[in-house]
Write a protein that binds this ligand. Structure first.
Ligand SMILES: *Cc1c(COP(=O)(O)O)cnc(C)c1O
Length: 421
């Protein structure tokens, strides 16, 4: 029987839930640190290597602080993400600002923090010049178009809204140099949640080739290439995790062949992994409220799609463990559902699980990235709390649950004439 392990027992979870009622996301600090170390170790051969953790995956400053202590920076894409990063003490070149359709005030804040700005479009060069100014160090996002295939979540690069065309990369970098930039980098992000390690090797290789072409054609020395994120995780128990050591070694071979003696060396490699760092280290814990027998058996839990959107939105698989029933046979078939008035609000469809009773704790795996972060308030649903399992076993609350008062906080009753609240 293929399963996934939990870092806590049913008794642990009941103790935690007695203090912090369900539903909650809980993150395992030890696991987050191990994932960051594994990535950094894979690129130890590259002196300037840096992981810029994608804040959007787990936008909580306590998590960012943990990652900072492992040597990571942040990849931010909005003003609040820049502020989260600043709160965690991550500023300057420790921030990569990769936005698109960017509002002026976000460029201004990114410049104020001295973040590395990664431009999404050639027309953003004059826009940035007016709003914050052209920095000495700059990066541009490359969209390879037809040259690469895409993925389910991102679509094909040719249809995607992101990045510069190849011709624009050359023209844009020359324009940036003319406007005062002196240090240059390249970025690309094409696939999401990909488990094929060779994909990332090809991406690095593609950026090396482009850096060489830039040097040859316009005499600009690219000093870093940012392969961004998209490293998948094995959501299903029979999937294999991406072998990062292999990815690092293969990229090293290409670096040695192409870059070492090209006049470009040293080129730093950057990544912006989100999912691969925090995804497998998070769990959504929810209690069974109802068991409904109609044409199918529906297990109604106290979490819903507002706490984890991926299954409803992408039909994504998330493994489920019933706490305390880890060793029982999955000899029942259930839909595990939330309370949203939307039929897609299901964490699992026709899932073989051990027999479930009302009151059981259901643990949904791999929710550490793009989980709580994608939460919303549709249907008056409130976002859950976030907990952190520290390395010493202590559990701390790193974000409280939303309350009805939070939900009402943006309604200005006083401003509504004739409305007596
Ligand atoms: C979302 C995103 C990432 C992180 O993606 P993961 O799949 O979580 O690794 C990195 N870079 C950019 C620009 C992104 O938009």
């Amino acid at each position: 029987m293929l399963t996934k392990q939990l870092p806590f027992t049913k008794d642990d979870l009941e103790r935690i839930a007695a203090k912090f009622p369900t539903p909650f996301h809980i993150y395992d600090e030890k696991h987050i640190r191990a994932n960051a170390r594994e990535l950094i170790r894979a690129f130890a051969w590259n002196e300037g290597f840096k992981e810029y953790f994608a804040v959007k995956a787990t936008p909580n400053p306590f998590i960012l602080k943990i990652l900072k202590s492992e040597g990571c920076g942040t990849d931010c894409s909005s003003l609040p993400e820049l502020l989260l990063s600043e709160k965690a003490g991550i500023v300057g070149a420790e921030i990569m600002f990769t936005s698109n359709d960017t509002p002026a005030n976000e460029f201004v804040k990114a410049r104020e923090l001295n973040a590395i700005i990664n431009l999404d479009d050639i027309s953003h060069i004059p826009f940035l010049e007016k709003n914050g100014g052209i920095p000495k160090i700059i990066s541009v996002r490359y969209n390879p178009g037809k040259l690469r295939e895409g993925s389910l979540i991102m679509g094909s690069p040719e249809n995607a809204k992101y990045g510069f065309t190849r011709e624009q990369v050359l023209r844009g970098l020359a324009e940036l140099r003319q406007k005062g930039s002196r240090r240059f980098g390249l970025h690309t992000f094409i696939v999401s949640n990909d488990l094929n390690p060779d994909y990332f090797v090809h991406t690095a290789d593609m950026l090396f080739d482009l850096a060489l072409e830039i040097q040859e054609k316009i005499g600009i020395r690219v000093e870093f290439v940012n392969m961004s994120g998209g490293v998948g995780i094995p959501y299903k128990p029979d999937q294999k995790k991406v072998d990062l050591a292999y990815v690092g070694e293969e990229i090293c071979k290409r670096y040695e062949a192409k870059i070492r003696n090209s006049g470009l060396h040293p080129v730093s490699i950057f990544t912006e992994c989100g999912r691969a760092i925090t995804g497998p280290a998070g769990y959504l814990v929810s209690r069974v409220l109802h068991k409904k027998e109609i044409y199918k058996t529906h297990i109604g839990v106290d979490a819903c799609m507002a706490n984890l959107m991926r299954p409803g939105m992408y039909g994504a698989y998330h493994h489920i463990t019933v706490a305390g029933k880890e060793d029982r046979q999955p000899d029942h078939v259930y839909d595990v559902t939330g309370s949203l008035c939307e039929s897609i609000d299901r964490f699992a469809v026709d899932r073989p699980l051990p027999e479930i009773e009302i009151g059981d704790l259901v643990v949904i795996h791999d929710t550490g990235a793009h989980g709580h972060a994608m939460g919303f308030n549709y249907n008056g649903k409130l976002r859950s709390r976030e907990l952190l399992l520290r390395q010493d076993g202590e559990v701390v609350e790193i974000r409280r649950a939303e309350t009805v008062d939070d939900y009402f906080a943006t309604l200005d009753f006083k401003g509504l004439k004739g409305f007596a609240a």
